[in-house]
Design a protein. Sequence first.
Length: 378
Amino acid sequence: MNIRHPEIIVGCTITLMLTGLTMVFSNTAVTAGANPLENPLLSRQALWAVIAVAAMVAFTFVDYHRIADHSRGLIVFMVFALALVLLLAPPVKGARRWLRIGALSLQVSEFAKIAMIVYVADFISRKRQVLDDFRRGLLPPLIVLGGLSLLILMEPDFGTAVLISAVGITMLICGGARWRHVLPLFAGSAPILFLLVRLRDYRWQRFIAFLDPWADPEGVGYHVIQSLIALGSGGLTGVGPGRGLQQLGYLPEPDTDFIFAIIGQEAGFVGGLLLIALFVALVYAVLAVSRSAPDVTGAMIALGVAVLIGIQMLINIGAATSAIPTKGIALPFVSRGGSSLLALSIGMGMVLNVARHCPRNDRPMVRGARRRAEEGSP
């Protein structure tokens, strides 16, 4: 395996974390003070970043096979934790998403993403010879995906529920599931997704704002318009660090959902493009590890992490640029939030562990689990 891939993964991950810390400071300096040591939001995010890096290093040396062996237990634990969130978590902005453990508030759904990736990877590895059979090969993981998504949807967190389903189904398709089984799922889920959007007023308003934000610039279109103003005012090279204006009470959630808009304002088109290039390099390197993995489990874990990061990045940037309706999905490693940062870093640590197991001269691994099953390879 090419040693450059782990180096790219670590380099891109750390750079994205540092970018996030810089933007958290820029977005909060006015209200928290110019001294970084007196900024509680920055201090908290920096502490989470240290914990996340430590977790990434630790999971680099934990054999991913041992984690995969407990994948079903992880799913049971996540179902229990998500149920606790619904029962015990206090409502924040109308949603129950954070489970408080001592001084920490954890968003369980972020860790459910990683548990789901491990479960689907292990399932494909164990059942790849029957994955083209709907009842034995596709239905069991679909039930798990549906259960996790339903619990998350009840919080409610529509975006994360759709994200988990999208990542899991992508893994199953790449692992060998037949299109004739998957396509009816897409066709059947489309009207359900429409109803879920239509029956919740705030979701429908976001969709309306996506179609024409200027129809109600002071109401449902406000977020999108302020995001576009931030991006447009940045020009080619930006207004400079800490000189953005939209985070001064104009743009809601400037350090989470709309952090890319502030990056575009302060670093300009060039800065936004460089950030996207970092994500592309990171996803490419993780996919390269997947292709060189020594077994199906490792290949699918790396594939799932790559798809998760790629889809999250596209959703967050797409919402900030009004390419898709607004969704509360964090920009990986950049948006403020400890749970997302820690969970993704654990996933990245597992990818690095897969890379440690890759033989240097191994041929590409992922070209379809069905071909490997037909050849009888492990």
